[in-house]
Design a protein. Structure first.
Length: 708
């Protein structure tokens, strides 16, 4: 483990070996490798200096550790509504087995993320030390500092290797306690803190309780905050009896994919799943007669988490308690958007006054902290303005628009959807009815009122149950395009044939052109499939997600939202309860376990790496092949809807083929042609490797012509 040492006074002066101080700024290269500059010969010696080779900086390896659920005893941790993750990190610690971990992709203001109060002697001088690291291979600046009482200690450029920070601190006269805190001033990724010590210069014990973070309060056995693990460091954090432990991973076919042993030397320890490649597994760990198991996914990605793809969203129900960790769960899959009701009756209980319910305020704040944008649904009616169903009177429709504007003014949104399935009698029992003629006044009211507070926020029209062609024809003829920035629908009719979604998207575009003389971007804001017992299997549900999402993007849809994130019922036989990407909580496992469909979403996003759709190609009879990215760096998603088939692809180099279970194989060309067997289960065919640490390509925005 490489450890670099930085010694600072509050003013930033460097402490040299003999105890002298200097204001000279030491370069990062000197501080990071510990090599003193070569002394030049004197002029009298008339010697030609020999250049000292500058050593190539070596990247710091990613820590073999797992951010985990648990309370760091003796420390106040910032809440998840403010900072995405402030957690224990188990494994590869600077001291012991646990460090503190902070991941904050969004920081709106300076925030103390960790703080402990130390008992000290008034007026005494103390030495502060701590180990810090971040999630970068090479040292980089970090928007964070340590504050001890009134003394601010800036952090140096740091990497994934532990670096020591020290400073002298004098306690104010009359003070018998001092706060020790880690403060973030901007976004930070994978910031680690460990071995925090505040010791009197005259000697004595560390005044910081639990300074090495070994004391963690938790009730579970497997503690990982996410069970989507990076292939470069698949690690489980466990609370099991100390001593010898063993683990075993079963693949999707129930065969042993890998196994190993571990020595658990602490109450909370890490188990390195060495040898476990990308895939979806059932992993069990046993130690001291205690065993625990979990489903998990291993995905090949770099960095703290899978890079978010803003083309993909998911439906939530944050008013339900099981969705408390929804932001973390969605972020773990690389999902960039979340769709949720914002029920009018919950938030305007006095006319003209908007008091948003805690489940929206807190739930949307957690999503914002994870940099996940919300698609809010302006739902449904309000008893203050009629019968609690759809607004019908002029006053009720005006109030509905004002309420939408209040949502836009309050939350971080990617768009506002006007009602949910207005054309479906289940959600619309108003006196006006379900016709588009009754919908347009709501759409116009929302559009006009929201424009006053956020002129750029997209207003999403439609959100219909299935794609009802006559309804949309009527909506556009009634002038609906004038008040719409995008159109949405929920095409569950493609359940038996996912590829038919392409025809529906074509029909939707044709309807806009024929009846409104222009088009708007299409968002598929709800589509899913249940894995109930006797229905689709969990693997078929995963296939359905990839086939529908790929067809949607290839057909020109701008956004795709899966319904929904978590199984709404633990009973596997309930149809409505088994649409989720995650199972409900299992005893002994802190995080929710991903279903194959959740793993498929993570795998798809990691495979695409933000590549934009390029073309649908003919690669074999009956084969669906959709290319993302240019020819030099492409990923094709391929499958054969009717059964087995064969794909041929011109290539002079081997291609990588990844199946739905994450297993990757290399297929070599023969005479410049690669031949790949294809089945109804999608595969990802990559013709070249993506650049290291590549950033997702933004989804192109469809230009909008004004409606006539």
């Amino acid at each position: 483990m490489r450890i670099k040492k930085w010694q600072l006074f509050a003013g930033g002066a460097v402490v040299l070996a003999g105890g002298l101080t200097t204001a000279i700024i030491v370069s990062n290269s000197f501080a990071s490798n510990g090599v003193a500059p070569t002394t030049r010969p004197t002029a009298e010696a008339q010697q030609t200096p020999t250049p000292t080779p500058t050593p190539e900086p070596q990247p710091a390896p990613e820590p073999q550790s797992a951010p985990s659920y648990g309370d760091l005893v003796g420390w106040d941790q910032a809440g998840t509504t403010t900072v995405a993750r402030v957690l224990p990190q188990v494994g590869d610690a600077a001291a012991g087995s646990v460090a503190a971990y902070v991941d904050a992709p969004v920081v709106d203001k300076q925030t103390t993320v960790l703080q402990s109060v130390a008992k000290v002697d008034a007026g005494a001088q103390y030495t502060f030390t701590a180990q810090v690291r971040s999630a970068t291979a090479f040292p980089e600046p970090v928007d964070a500092k340590i504050v001890v009482g009134d003394t601010e200690i800036p952090l140096p450029d740091i990497s994934a290797a532990w670096s020591e920070v020290t400073a002298d601190v004098r306690v104010p006269a009359g003070a018998d306690t001092v706060a020790v805190g880690l403060v973030v001033t901007g976004p930070v990724r994978g910031l680690g803190l460990d071995a925090v010590s505040l010791t009197a210069v005259t000697g004595g014990s560390n005044a910081v309780a639990n300074g090495s973070f070994e004391d963690v309060k938790t009730d579970d056995r497997i503690l990982n905050r996410s069970l989507i693990l990076p292939a470069s460091r698949p690690v489980l954090a466990v609370r099991l009896p100390e001593g010898a432990a063993s683990w075993k991973a079963l693949d999707a076919a129930g065969k042993v994919a890998a196994s190993g042993k571990a020595d658990l030397s602490s109450p909370i320890s890490s188990v390195d799943l060495t040898g476990l490649p990308q895939g979806y597994y059932d992993v069990s760990v046993e130690a001291g007669g205690t065993s625990v198991s979990t489903l998990l996914g291993v995905v090949d990605f770099d960095g703290v988490e899978i890079a978010k793809d803003d083309r993909f969203g998911v439906g939530l129900h944050i008013e339900n308690g099981i969705y408390a960790g929804a932001a973390d769960l969605a972020a773990s899959l690389g999902i960039g958007m979340a769709r949720n009701d914002v029920l009018w009756r919950d938030n305007e209980t006095t006319k003209g006054r908007y008091d948003f319910a805690d489940h929206y305020v807190d739930g949307f704040a957690r999503l914002h902290a994870h940099d996940i944008k919300v698609l809010g649904i302006v739902n449904y009616g309000n008893w203050l303005y009629g019968n609690g169903q759809v607004p019908v009177s002029g006053n009720a429709i005006a109030a509905y628009g004002k309420y939408a504007a209040a949502i836009a003014d309050r939350f971080d949104l990617v768009g506002l959807e006007v009602y949910n399935e207005f054309n479906h009698a289940r959600f619309n029992k108003s006196s006006c009815g379900t016709s588009p003629r009754c919908y347009v006044p709501l759409l116009k009211s929302v559009h006009d009122q929201v424009r006053k507070v956020d002129p750029k926020l997209p207003i999403i029209a439609g959100a219909t149950a299935r794609y009802e062609s006559d309804w949309f024809d009527g909506l556009w003829r009634a002038g609906g395009l004038r008040y719409s920035d995008a159109v949405s629908f929920h095409p569950y009719e493609v359940s038996s044939k996912p590829e038919s979604l392409a025809g529906i998207i074509d029909e939707a575009n044709s309807s806009m052109t024929a009846n409104g003389k222009t088009t708007r971007p299409i968002w598929i804001t709800e589509l899913g499939s249940s894995s109930k017992t006797g229905g689709r299997t969990v693997s078929a549900q995963a296939d359905y997600l990839v086939r529908t999402a790929t067809t949607a993007l290839a057909g020109g849809a701008e956004k795709f939202f899966w319904y929904d994130l978590i199984n709404d019922d633990p009973d596997p036989g309930k149809h409505e309860g088994n649409f989720g990407m995650y199972y409900q909580k299992s005893k002994g496992v802190a995080a929710l376990q991903p279903k194959p469909v959740g793993y498929a979403q993570a795998l798809m996003i990691s495979q695409l790496q933000g590549r934009a759709f390029a073309a649908s190609e003919s690669v074999g009879k009956g084969i669906q092949s959709h290319r993302f990215g240019d020819e030099a760096n492409a990923v094709r998603i391929v499958w054969s809807p009717a059964g087995k088939g064969t794909m041929t692809l011109k290539s002079d180099v081997p291609v990588a083929v990844t199946n739905m279970n994450g297993a990757t194989r290399s297929v070599a060309p023969v005479d410049g042609v690669v031949t790949i067997p294809v089945s109804p289960r999608p595969q990802f065919v990559q013709t070249s490797a993506a650049p290291a640490n590549s950033t997702p390509t933004p989804t192109p925005t469809v230009s909008q012509a004004p409606a006539e």
